[in-house]
Design a protein around this ligand. Structure first.
Ligand code: 4AD
Ligand code: MG
Length: 463
């Protein structure tokens, strides 16, 4: 008989039809009169309860004995209405066969609740828990929603390279990619000869697809890239990964106002899809992980984001100097405690901060008339701060060259990027959304290592 998923089964009527379901046992409960197997197959959060009456339990006693927590099984029976509260269906089971046992002495995921820290150590088994199954399903839906949003607006999806010889953000912290024999070089005491390296020069894993995607923006108009990015910063926080996924749209003839509108529409679209299509999983997060999550997400889609300049944001922060470990002043980089304050205490929701001092932002951001600030925009959200970073780009060749020189960057590294300003330059804008930050936002999970299947962070590259 063809296997039906639990999700498919819950779309059926309890009409007594005969079905086969396959999955993993979450729990087994045995009474005198019946045996209950809770079966989960990952197609949805909820289990299918398989109930064996006395006669069926006796007929299947050998297999039932082997069907402990974690075992994979195939169960056949008839689909009936459930007398139990909180579930509309159950399987009146006739037969069960164990496909793969999970010996209780060694299987790490027993009935009790496990801490997220413990589950990180068994990242290969954690998708079998309610929490990580839900995270995986929401992550899948959000990735699809990203493409739906941009495709629906006529954006072209551009594949930007992961290996690069230029440092997009103009600031270190990159992973080097090399085929040179490091041990030999070290023992020789000589400097590495990069002409002998794979690419004939030093190469790195990209920190952002932005500079590459800008080239296609200046030809196709509205584009985006969505791929892995890598940062070798030694940031051991619950908001940073060394390998994370980023979505970077870039739009020609768009200014910072258009950019803010796009970012706000994009986030609202993603939250709307999560609320509509991941309702069962989000209810779980609301109940078990982050009380109030659903209410705050609903509020996000129904109210406009607060917008304020960096200068006004610093004024707000200076009104409450006692609230911070790091004292805010004009010119300082906003710390996550400042970002939390602005969103939670000042705005009560997402905030878009614009026009940061140029010293704390990247070389490619458009310089304002004041000569001191750039047309940067960061979208900040309650709980963890920055979720999006972006800007209007400097389209003038001379100003951009000046910025590159002032920052001590090497002009020749950016020759092709500068060509975009030499030939048919246009105003253009874009931003980057950290996909795992989005996941923290919609699931209410608090550690970024729990919203990516296999996290990479300093001293952490297991699995
Ligand atoms: O603000 P960032 O560094 O901006 C850029 O990379 C630009 N090139 C984007 C653009 O304009 N096209 O990073 C963008 C976003 C951040 O707002 C944050 O959500 C996420 O990427 N991010 C990280 N997420 C996880 N771990 C890290 N180490 C991250 N660093 C940035
Ligand atoms: Mg940033």
């Amino acid at each position: 008989m063809k296997r039906l998923t639990v999700k498919e089964i819950f779309a059926l009527e309890p009409d007594g039809r005969s079905i086969t379901v396959k999955g993993w046992i979450r729990t087994k409960r045995e009474t005198k009169a019946a045996v209950f197997l809770e079966l989960n197959d990952g197609s949805r959060m909820g289990n299918l309860q398989c109930v064996f009456g006395e006669a069926e339990a006796a007929a299947n006693s050998g297999e039932i004995a082997r069907a402990g927590t974690g075992a994979s099984v195939s169960v056949t029976g008839s689909l009936v209405a459930s007398p139990a509260a909180g579930q509309k269906l159950e399987l009146r089971a006739e037969s069960v066969s164990v496909i793969g046992e999970a010996p209780a002495e060694t299987y790490p995921l027993q009935k009790k609740a496990h801490s997220l820290e413990f589950l990180r150590e068994i990242a290969h088994l954690r998708p079998r828990t309610n929490t990580f199954g839900a995270v995986a399903r929401v992550r899948n839906r959000m990735a699809f929603a990203v493409h739906q949003f941009f495709q629906g607006r006529g954006f072209q999806y551009i594949h930007t390279p992961l290996i690069t010889a230029s440092d997009a953000e103009g600031a270190g912290a990159m992973f080097q990619v090399t085929t040179l024999d490091l041990a030999r070089i070290a023992s020789s005491g000589q400097e590495p000869d990069y002409s002998k390296d794979f690419f004939g020069k030093p190469a790195y894993l990209t920190v952002s697809g932005q500079l590459n995607v800008e080239t296609y923006c200046e030809a196709l108009g509205s584009v985006y890239t969505f791929g892995p990015t890598f940062r070798a910063e030694n940031s051991n926080t619950s908001r940073h990964l060394s390998e994370f996924w980023m979505i970077e749209p870039e739009v020609a003839f768009a200014d910072i106002g258009d950019n803010m509108d796009l970012a706000e529409d994009f986030l609202k679209h993603l939250v709307t899809v999560a609320l509509e299509d991941c309702a069962e999983d989000l209810e779980f997060f609301d109940k078990r992980i982050q009380p109030g999550l659903l209410e705050s997400l609903r509020k996000v889609i129904s109210s406009p984001f607060t917008r304020m300049s960096y200068t006004d944001a610093v004024k707000e922060l200076e009104k409450s100097p006692g609230s911070f470990e790091f004292k805010p002043y004009w010119g300082c980089d906003l710390q996550s405690e400042h970002e939390k304050f602005l969103t939670e205490k000042v705005a009560g929701g997402p905030v878009i901060v614009t026009d940061y001092p140029k010293e704390i932002k990247s070389f490619y951001m458009k310089v304002n008339e004041d000569g001191k600030t750039v047309r940067a925009m960061d979208v900040l959200v309650p709980r963890f701060g920055e979720i999006i970073g972006g800007s209007e780009r400097e389209e003038g060749l001379e100003v951009l060259l000046g910025r590159i020189r002032d920052l001590g960057l090497r002009e020749q590294d950016y020759w092709w990027y500068l060509d975009l300003r030499r030939y048919g330059t246009t105003p253009h804008s874009g931003f980057g959304l950290g996909f795992e930050r989005l996941m923290l936002y919609v699931t209410g999970m608090t550690n970024i290592r729990d919203v990516i299947p296999f996290p990479r962070a300093p001293k952490l590259a297991d699995f």
